[in-house]
Design a protein around this ligand. Structure first.
Ligand SMILES: Nc1ncnc2c1ncn2[C@@H]1O[C@H](COP(=O)(O)OP(=O)(O)OP(=O)(O)O)[C@@H](O)[C@H]1O
Length: 580
């Protein structure tokens, strides 16, 4: 938690000082108030002038108002500081996650990164807002109140001491009983979110398989557990206030009983000061108890917050597995050239190489295709070019320079990557196509990606609204938007990871023809399952279990590569080849 405080800025430290000032003021007002109570009691007993009583009453009222104003100021400053701190931490976390490679993201997992950026930060924020008020106020209040009561009577001090010990134990036990439950509740909430999310995203599948009942059972099971544990935790926690009130009442009663006995046996001149002291003492004792309740609450909540702080720090301090290079450009002008030299790759945490001894070249403007069975390593291979992962053996050169030497932005600037699953952002078709490239020629890119006909049917053309994840687009439209986005960057290298699979044969053919003419100088690396898509490639790499089974043109592979022949024969009977 302390580590996170480094994200406070100068302005917030000033707020902390102001907050501290407001707290001291509030404690002063709170503890000054019983003095006037005692004064009024004495004045009433002595049947003094009503004016003096009113003045003392006014002072008491002012103390009450002063306490209210300083408490409000404390809350204002605390809210400001905690909001600023969480905003700074959230930004830091976001920036760090942006710099992660897939290794780190897979290591933490996406749901966990989301929870850390939301729930864990919310926990820090609520602890800070509470902590700032309690952590400062409680010790000041406790010490001040002890100083005030010590010179009164040792009998009163002893019963107050007993009440303090009792309340520390009672509140402590109650909180300790509930903390593990709350941690469990957090896990169950995650589970509930997971099932609810699965339900919403898989609605069509659930309906078409009549699986509503089994989904409902899953939900019901977690929901029941959550309700049971929440009920237990809240019932226990609900006991806290009655225990505190009961202890305070008992303390007040005992102070009055002891006071009554002391007054009875005191000399008549001491009776009145003793009575006033008793009134003031019970008010101080109540404040002292409250201070300890605050302290114990904050100390017991600290471990839970500590867990959140550790989870956040783990992300912020995570060492990047990919070190960014410094070179912006390769020393020799070989634009668009990609070369794999004896590349091996093994996923973190696995033992078997996903790729082994991969070597091939793609010259500027060439089309190199990669084909292979499911799990052969096609996606893994193309993911290594923009450095989503680093090779574990051999090297990859882009424009003649090792990809590890490039500054990350300079490398990605050269590459237009279309993922297997098209990623669409909420916005417009235009914002999606020009994504990451201001001033991109959206209409031209849309033309190459065979989107123009579709755009023309829309009322707002390229400025038409696109829902989150492309919810209002078809699979093929999404893929074409993603292709247009990659093309709009005018990259040196275009990578298509099975990006034509959702297109009909005719659109696929037209799109490839446009790529050949309009992007003639761009190197194209195409992962595909259809022979028709890659038949005309300059080079085709047939992958089998992470190794190259054959490399050459379609005709060469048809003669020499068994893996490729199997692919071709399985598709020859289909219309596909005829369209190629
Ligand atoms: N993040 C990962 N961690 C561990 N192993 C992985 C990971 N991603 C893929 N693999 C494994 O690496 C191998 C190659 O996977 P890859 O996704 O590259 O195959 P692919 O040829 O693209 O398959 P498909 O055509 O089905 O997309 C598979 O055995 C897969 O299980």
């Amino acid at each position: 938690m302390i580590k996170l405080l480094r994200y406070l800025e100068k302005r917030e430290y000033l707020y902390i000082i102001a907050c501290l000032g407001a707290i001291i003021l509030q404690v002063w007002f709170d503890l000054k108030l019983p003095d006037y109570m005692s004064e009024i009691t004495t004045l009433v007993q002595l049947e003094s002038d009503i004016q003096r009583i009113v003045i003392a009453g006014m002072k008491m009222l002012l103390c009450g108002m002063g306490s209210f104003v300083s408490a409000a100021l404390t809350a204002w400053f605390a809210a400001r500081i905690s909001s600023d701190l969480s905003a700074n931490v959230r930004l830091k976390l976001f920036e760090k996650v942006q710099s992660f490679s897939l290794t780190e993201i897979n290591g933490f997992t996406v749901p966990s990164l989301i929870t850390r950026s939301t729930n864990d930060i919310a926990q820090i924020q609520s602890f800070t807002v509470m902590g700032l008020q309690m952590l400062f106020k409680a010790p000041i209040m406790a010490v001040w109140a002890i100083v005030k009561i010590l010179d009164k009577s040792w009998q009163w001090s002893v019963v107050t001491g007993i009440a303090v010990v009792f309340i520390i134990i009672a509140v402590g036990v109650l909180i300790l009983l509930t903390i593990p439950r709350f941690q469990f509740i957090q896990e169950l909430t995650d589970d509930l979110n997971r099932v609810a999310r699965e339900n919403l995203t898989g609605l069509e599948v659930i309906r078409s398989y009549n699986a509503e009942n089994s989904q409902e059972e899953k939900f019901d099971d977690i929901n029941r557990k959550l309700t049971r544990h929440s009920l237990f935790a809240n019932r226990i926690l609900g006991m806290q206030l009655p225990v505190i009130t009961m202890t305070m009442n008992f303390l007040a009663l005992t102070v009055y009983v002891i006071g009554a006995m002391m007054i009875q046996s005191a000399a008549s001149t001491d009776k009145l000061p003793l009575f006033s002291d008793m009134v003031a003492f019970s008010a101080y004792a109540a404040q002292l108890l409250l201070a300890f309740v605050l302290l114990i609450t904050i100390f017991l909540l600290l471990p839970v917050t500590q867990v959140s702080a550790k989870r956040i720090n783990a992300v912020i301090e995570k060492e990047l597995s990919l070190q960014n290079g410094t070179e912006k450009e390769a020393p020799i002008d070989k634009k668009g050239k990609v070369e794999f030299i004896n590349v091996d790759f093994c996923y973190p945490g696995t033992e078997k190489n996903a790729l082994e001894n991969i070597s091939f070249k793609a010259e500027k403007g060439e089309t190199v295709a990669i084909i292979g069975a499911t799990g052969a390593g096609k996606t893994t291979l193309v993911n290594l070019i923009p450095r989503f992962f680093d090779v574990t053996g051999g090297k990859i050169l882009v424009d003649g320079m090792d990809v590890k030497k490039y500054d990350a932005n300079s490398l990605t600037e050269k590459i237009g990557y279309v993922l297997q699953k098209a990623m669409i952002f909420e916005g417009t078709l235009r914002s999606n196509i020009s994504f990451g490239k201001e001033g991109a020629d959206v209409e031209k890119a849309a033309g190459i990606a065979q989107l123009t006909d579709f755009i023309e049917t829309l009322e707002d053309k390229a400025d038409s609204y696109v829902a989150q994840s492309g919810g209002n687009l078809s699979g093929g439209q999404k893929q074409r938007v993603a292709i247009a986005r990659a093309v709009a960057r005018k990259p040196e290298i275009l990578i298509f990871d099975d990006s034509f699979s959702a297109l009909d044969y005719k659109t696929d053919r037209k799109l490839r023809a446009m790529l050949e003419t309009e992007m003639a100088d761009t190197t194209k690396i195409i992962v595909a399952q259809r022979i028709s898509t890659i038949r005309k490639a300059n080079r085709i790499i047939a992958l089998e279990n992470g190794r190259i089974a054959g490399c050459g043109t379609h005709d060469e592979l048809m003669k020499s590569c068994e893996v490729y022949q199997e692919f071709a024969h399985s598709q020859l009977s289909q219309e596909e080849l005829a369209y190629a």
